[in-house]
Design a protein around this ligand. Structure first.
Ligand code: SF4
Length: 496
């Protein structure tokens, strides 16, 4: 029996490896030719696979490492060497993937058994038994998971007496604050060779120099230790902040390792909770981090599983514009957007508030097709996989679906001004809505509300926003529409 590990299933102690005679890894490349993936994303996946191959061999496994165009080609080679082999594989979360892989294997005379995916704590059967109907509500899921996994609990109550500390987690750092250190994992020879091959072989988007992501289990564990020791304490209060020139602030930077399987969710949660238990980190930081890993990450996986393929099929707001060129070339005078796109281009990463309130917010207000934005996130981010980007971008990011959100997360420039120091140095005036130097977010925001009134006015918690819109007279609304049209034209022409 052979265990087949996909490129994002690399945990060396995964249960799927129990009793394995042989391990199969197929380094398939055809997918990377279909989109302009970030070189650090491709380099990370392929380097992590190659390091996992070597680590598994060192641990005594017989490893078949196949480099091929497609999984089909890799399986041809595998079954030529091992006719009729029985494969065991963790069920992949991507929609339809298990069925496609079963067909590929069985058509080559082999058999395949799928086992549970231990990169998540909540199994599909458990979620489906808990979930009542089709109203997906994260807060209820998160509290259920806290109790079920006994994380940050004091009997049946949350430690500290609160389920969340949102009020403490929306601070901006003082001007003299220096972000805690960020670990660097400089590429070794194998990673360097892989990155060189990626940049020579594929048409990529983004910078490969400066690659510093963990590619091995040992590096991922170091990254976890480093986060808990140096950044977890500051993570909570500043998790929604943006600071000019800083890409990481106190964010964990662990998502790429979690989503590759180099780290498991349980050990990551245990490490953070351990810091709280020994008074090394405050509860608002630890709870905020636990909420992301135990709550949101698991929730996204199940929303995706339950609502695909419909999830990507439609847009509640029927937007169809191409994503403006600034998402590809980074050319804009909008300082917040320039910084966020630059972070993605340079590292394949931007933190969650840049993703939500700058990159997704602008694309939503501009009227870009959410599916193109989803693809942009998918090829541009080192931690992006369809199961995580699709619900995040289409639900939270753009309100293309209301399956788990009751309102769009859109805002004027006011939010960026409150949570960052970008506006003070921007070419645009965050306090102006119309006029040549007015912050583009402002007119687009009001125009968005006006344009989608029929769908949004009665939706969830939109009453307050519409009460502000209602106070604008015809002349003001007309000027806003004109300014919004100018901004869209300029963005489309690359002159924003
Ligand atoms: Fe962004 Fe507007 Fe602020 Fe400039 S003024 S940084 S465009 S929010």
């Amino acid at each position: 029996m052979t265990v087949w590990l996909l490129g994002d299933q690399l945990h060396p102690e995964s249960h799927v490896l129990d009793g394995a005679d042989r391990v199969l890894l197929i380094e398939a490349t055809a997918f990377a030719e279909r989109k302009p993936y970030h070189p650090q994303k491709l380099g990370l996946v392929f380097a992590a696979m190659r390091h996992a191959r070597d680590a598994l061999r060192d641990a005594g496994y017989e490893v078949d490492y196949r480099r091929a165009e497609t999984f089909g080609d890799g399986l041809d080679a595998h079954f030529d060497a091992h006719p009729g082999d029985d494969l065991r594989l963790m069920r992949p979360p991507s929609h339809g993937a298990a069925e496609r892989l079963r067909t590929l294997v069985e058509s080559r005379g082999g058999s395949i058994t799928f086992v549970a995916d231990d990169r998540f704590l909540c199994a599909p059967e458990a979620f489906d038994a808990w979930q009542d109907g089709d109203a997906f509500r994260h807060e209820a899921f998160y509290r259920w998971m806290r109790r079920r996994e006994d994380v940050l609990m004091d009997g049946d109550d949350p430690v500290g007496g609160q389920w969340n500390y949102d009020e403490s987690n929306r601070e901006t750092p003082p001007p003299d604050w220096s972000p805690p250190p960020v670990p660097r994992f400089d590429p070794d020879d194998l990673t360097r060779e892989t990155l060189d091959w990626v940049t020579a072989r594929f048409d990529t988007w983004g910078e490969s120099a400066g690659f510093a992501w963990p590619v091995t289990r040992a590096e991922a564990l170091d990254a976890l230790d480093h986060f808990v020791e140096h950044r977890l304490s500051a993570f909570g209060p500043y998790q929604d902040a943006m600071v000019d020139g800083e890409f990481a602030l106190a964010h964990s930077l662990l998502s790429s390792s979690l989503n590759l399987g180099l780290l498991g969710p349980e050990e990551v949660i245990d490490a953070a909770v351990g810091a709280y238990r020994r008074d090394a980190a405050p509860v608002e930081s630890v709870e905020g981090f636990v909420r992301q890993v135990l709550g949101w990450r698991e929730f996204m996986r199940h929303v995706y599983r339950r609502r695909m393929p419909d999830l990507v099929a439609s847009d509640l707001l029927s937007r169809s514009r191409d994503l403006p060129p600034l998402y590809y070339d980074g050319e804009t005078e909008m300082r917040c957007l320039d910084a966020a796109v630059g972070h993605v281009y340079d590292r394949g990463y931007a933190h969650h508030i840049e993703r939500l309130m700058v990159l997704s917010n602008f694309a939503s207000l501009y009227g870009a097709d959410p599916r193109e934005l989803n693809e942009w996130f998918h090829f541009g981010f080192v931690d992006a996989y369809h199961w995580v980007t699709t619900p995040n971008v289409l639900g939270m990011g753009t309100f293309a679906t209301d399956v788990f959100t009751s309102k769009p997360y859109v805002s004027s420039g006011n939010y960026v001004d409150r949570m960052s120091d970008h506006c003070a140095a921007c070419a645009y005036d965050v306090d102006a809505t119309t006029g040549d130097d007015a912050c583009p977010f402002n007119a687009l925001y009001w125009d968005f509300l006006d344009d989608h009134e029929e769908t949004l006015r009665g939706t969830g918690r939109m009453g307050l926003m519409y009460s502000h819109l209602d106070r604008k007279d015809d002349a003001e609304l007309s000027a806003i529409r004109e300014r919004a049209a100018t901004i869209r034209n300029r963005a489309r022409e690359g002159r924003l």
